[in-house]
Design a binder for this molecule. Structure first.
Ligand SMILES: [Zn+2]
Ligand SMILES: [Zn+2]
Length: 136
């Protein structure tokens, strides 16, 4: 690796090559797809990342490629740890206080929504329509 300042295990190894839009080091291997520099470092120095897992930066330094600072985690765990999405994934209740449990949680892709709130909205819409009609 040429684009890295290698230090000891505790220090972050800062990737000084190109970075992707998210601030992670990345580069191309031949004509192949671009790979994350931290993933490449981990796979070469530690081993394959188990299928379905993402590498989480324990040090929170995205440009860091020190494998000692990387831990394979599930995407869900990675999102949960992420600062920006933390409150989203950890939320156990909708803004109206309904629980996000199995029965009450609808999903569209990865987005969760509250069935109770949807019921309320539908009811309000029906009431609004009924009100409009009775005012005619
Ligand atoms: Zn680090
Ligand atoms: Zn709700």
């Amino acid at each position: 690796m040429t684009h890295v300042t290698k230090g000891d295990v505790e220090a972050c190894w800062i990737w000084t090559g190109s970075k992707n839009h998210a601030g992670y080091g990345s580069f191309s291997i031949g004509r192949a797809r671009r790979v994350g520099a931290h993933r490449w470092a981990y796979e070469n120095l530690v081993g394959a990342v188990p299928a379905g897992l993402d590498l989480d930066h324990l040090c929170r330094v995205r440009a860091c490629v020190n494998p000692a600072h990387l831990e394979p985690v599930t995407r869900r765990e990675n999102l949960r740890r992420g600062v920006r999405t933390e409150h989203m994934a950890m939320r156990t209740h909708c803004p109206q206080g309904h629980p996000y449990d199995e029965a009450n949680t609808g999903r569209t892709g990865t987005v969760r929504w509250c069935r109770a709130c949807k019921r309320d909205r539908n009811r309000q819409r029906r009431q609004a329509q009924a009100g409009t009609l009775s005012n005619l």
